[in-house]
Design a protein around this ligand. Structure first.
Ligand code: UDP
Ligand code: MG
Length: 315
């Protein structure tokens, strides 16, 4: 390792073979141009293509400033980033996706804001180039997050962000399991800010996120940062039981005082109420499961990922 790095750039890589050459050729000139010592930490998150070979070649080309963490399997984007966070040497940490949706040329913009005294700089995507479905889904999710947690973030899905070292250390110490990193970082930050960054189409390949993964991620986000869903459920359950009670009273009133509904009263009404209450109870059980599962994950301290090899120059 040459000079102690000032800036650590963290990049998770999962089957990004077609994107890596262009990433290298755009990222390194930007970093060289900063005139500050830097390091780039790639985590190969169990890629099945030639990503690892390309990362090794890049290490050979720029050994002083390149480090590669090689996972033995796929543990997900957030674990890949966490593994790099645990090993960063710089005082400022930048996260970036490997697929060139976040242009590396925007990094200096983030660093300028860090230098201006902020400890957290979040990027938000101007002119987002994702499918309509993804864009609309994120809007909805952003709205839910804003109303259930105290986290202010224009664009939670943008991974182009810069943090000061103490925030990263705090994240590492909290040993977050599968937690949404930008939100966690935000909660530790004293002076956060945001800046618009360009967004490009994925250079090659398709997003690694299925609808299922996105839903999981957002469950993590909401249950990880607030008890609002649980409380909302309680409120809803209270309101609905009051509603059902009122309904039953109306039915009884019509049947026994006004002497109406002689044929239809009974079975169907009760079934209706029963189904309703049952579904409310089931939502509740699911939500409780969400929290219990989370507690279980934290209690069961286990190894979260397995590093097969660290490719870095030994000093
Ligand atoms: N990624 C990863 N492990 C995974 C999925 C994704 O390391 O299991 C990386 C991927 O290589 C990319 C970043 O995380 O650098 C974002 O992934 P992607 O572009 O698929 O997500 P999207 O841009 O659709 O949010
Ligand atoms: Mg992407």
């Amino acid at each position: 390792m040459s000079a102690v790095p000032d800036i650590s750039v963290v990049i998770p890589v999962y089957n990004e073979e077609p994107n890596l050459p262009l990433l290298f050729s755009r990222l390194y000139p930007v970093l060289d141009g900063l005139g500050r010592p830097f390091e780039v930490i790639f985590t190969n998150d169990g890629s099945a293509d030639r990503s690892l070979a390309l990362l090794k070649a890049q290490f050979a080309a720029r050994p002083g400033v390149t480090r590669v963490i090689d996972f033995n399997a796929n543990y997900g984007q957030h674990m890949a980033i966490m593994a790099a966070f645990e090993r960063v040497r710089g005082q400022v940490i930048v996260t970036l996706d490997a697929d060139l949706q976040n242009p590396p040329e925007e990094i200096p913009k983030l660093l300028a804001l860090i230098d201006a005294g902020h400890d957290y700089v979040g990027g938000f995507r101007i002119n987002r180039k994702d499918s309509l479905f993804r864009t609309v889904a994120s809007r909805v999710i952003n709205g839910v997050r804003r109303s259930t947690t105290s986290i202010e973030m224009t664009d939670q899905g943008c991974m182009l962000r810069a943090y000061r070292r103490p925030i990263i250390d705090a994240i590492v110490r909290s040993g977050a399991n599968n937690t949404f990193i930008p939100a966690l970082a935000y909660s530790f930050s004293g002076n956060p800010t945001e800046v618009g960054v360009k967004h490009e189409e994925r250079h090659a390949g398709v997003s690694n996120y299925s609808l299922y993964k996105l839903i999981r991620l957002n469950f993590d986000l909401i249950t990880g940062f607030s008890l609002a869903p649980l409380q909302a459920f309680t409120m809803f359950a209270m309101a609905s039981s009051a509603g059902s009670l009122a309904l039953v009273m109306v039915l009884f009133y019509r049947r026994f005082v006004l002497n109406l509904d002689r044929e239809t009263f009974g079975v169907f009404t009760l079934f209706g109420i029963l189904f309703f209450l049952l579904s409310v109870a089931m939502i509740g059980i699911g939500l409780i499961g969400e929290y219990v599962g989370r507690t279980y994950q934290v209690v069961r301290v286990r190894q979260r990922y397995f590093v097969r090899e660290m490719i870095e120059s030994k000093d």
